[in-house]
Ligand binder design. Structure first.
Ligand code: LLP
Length: 406
């Protein structure tokens, strides 16, 4: 990491922080994920929302993963990175006519519809393009998940999905949408699950819908189990991937022509680090504040979800570690990466690495406080590549106008 950051500084001498993504790690995890599910031969559609850096997407497409897009922009990114039509999935609860037209025209393996009304829109787009679009209906099975409320998606108050009864009804009457191949059910009950129990409950709910539909008419062909495969940021234990894959196989083998899973975090979380320079060290009322050159506009997870990522100095001094609050430079009290973490003595100019930020890291960054997004580097086979340049002041103000409209 230190060597990569030094290489960046040779072309951007004033860089105070950067994202560093390790493609070898991401590739190895993609392979392990595919191997775990090999007996089911699913479409493992990587959720682009976790990290959509083009170099990373190209590597994952090459590893045989599919792409789960949540927007038109992600569909286009998947297309540019080389994910073929038969390996693309479209998600999202705010379907637009533009997205419907795009998938009907360019092709997609599956669209997960979040709502029955959306089927009209998809059906019309398919008719116009002379295409048949495969669609699964997302159910909200009313399942609570542990962890932060903001990443729970399958409980009654969550905005996602339709009721089980509404889904069964639409699927039993699917000839209403003649240009769609509406023969699937989709569940995704939450992210960052380290225990697959809620996923097992969601699988039960999806299978119950499939059973009900099959009793009344032709059976469903597609089952999409979503993402949610967690990553332990404390590094203590891991999501039981192989055991969960075997449990899915035992329950579903031979029942569906198309099985889809949508891993995001699991594939890329440990493949990314945020390296930042120590700008200042300040002591006040018994606390040591370490101010970094990266802030909550760069890595939002601690401020938004109280997420805690491990933080390590790149060149630790030998002396004893004492507690420190590691903070960013943004004018917000939530701009804190960690409180009371044991760190050795630090000085201005030292480099710290915030670990396991390959998922939902750089993608969630913003220009808040007038800050340009950071450069993104890629490590691959011993080499270091600049995969995305840092935003300059001109980039940040590029869209500003005084263009009178009325
Ligand atoms: N499929 C659907 C429909 C999703 O909504 C998501 C994530 C995924 C798959 C991928 O889930 P994963 O395997 O990564 O858990 N920003 C939050 C996470 C938000 C997840 C949103 N949906 C975070 O930083 O923890």
């Amino acid at each position: 990491l230190a060597r990569a950051f030094a290489a960046l500084r040779r072309i951007e001498p004033h860089a105070h922080a950067a994202w560093i993504h390790d493609l070898d790690v991401a590739r190895a995890r993609a392979r392990r994920f595919r191997a775990a599910f090999a007996a089911l031969d699913p479409l493992a559609a990587y959720a682009l929302k976790a990290n959509a850096l083009p170099m990373l997407l190209e590597a994952l497409a090459h590893e045989g993963l599919g792409a789960d897009a949540g927007s038109l922009g992600e569909l286009e990114a998947a297309d540019r990175a080389g994910f073929p039509a038969g390996r693309r999935v479209l998600n999202g609860n705010g379907r637009t006519a533009e997205e419907a037209e795009w998938v009907a025209r360019e092709g997609v393996a599956l669209v997960n519809a979040d709502h029955v009304g959306e089927l009209e829109l998809l059906d019309r787009a398919a008719a116009q393009a002379g295409a048949r679009v495969r669609v699964a209906l997302r159910i909200n099975p009313g399942i609570a998940t542990p962890g932060h409320d903001y990443v729970a998606t399958g409980h009654d108050e969550a905005k996602f999905g339709v009721s089980v009864a509404e889904a069964s009804d639409a699927l039993r009457h699917r000839t209403r949408w003649p240009h769609l191949q509406l023969d699937g059910v989709h569940v995704h009950v939450g992210s960052q699950l380290l225990d697959p129990a809620p996923m097992a409950a969601a699988l039960d709910a999806a299978l119950a819908v499939a059973d009900e539909v099959a009793r009344a008419g032709p059976p469903l062909g597609a089952l999409n189990l979503g993402g949610g495969f967690g990553y332990d940021y404390a590094g203590r234990h891991e999501f039981p991937l192989e055991a969960w894959a075997e449990a899915v196989r035992a329950r579903t083998a031979g029942r569906f022509e198309r099985l889809v899973v949508e891993p995001g975090r699991w594939i890329v979380a440990p493949a990314g680090a945020l390296v930042a320079e120590v700008l200042w060290v300040k002591q006040r009322s018994g606390r040591r504040f370490v101010v970094l050159g990266a802030g909550m506009n760069d890595l939002l997870r601690p401020a938004l979800y109280h997420a805690r990522h491990r933080i390590e100095p790149l060149a630790p001094r030998a002396q004893q570690a004492t507690p420190a609050d590691v903070v960013g430079p943004v004018c917000e009290s939530a701009d804190v990466f960690a409180r009371d973490v044991p760190l050795p003595p630090l000085e201005r100019g030292d480099l710290l690495a915030i670990l396991d930020v390959g998922a939902y890291g750089a993608v969630m960054s913003s220009n808040y406080n007038g800050r340009g997004r950071l450069a993104e580097l890629v490590l691959e086979g011993g080499g270091v590549t600049l995969a995305r340049a840092a935003e300059t002041g001109a980039d940040v103000t590029r869209r500003d106008r005084a263009e009178r409209l009325l």
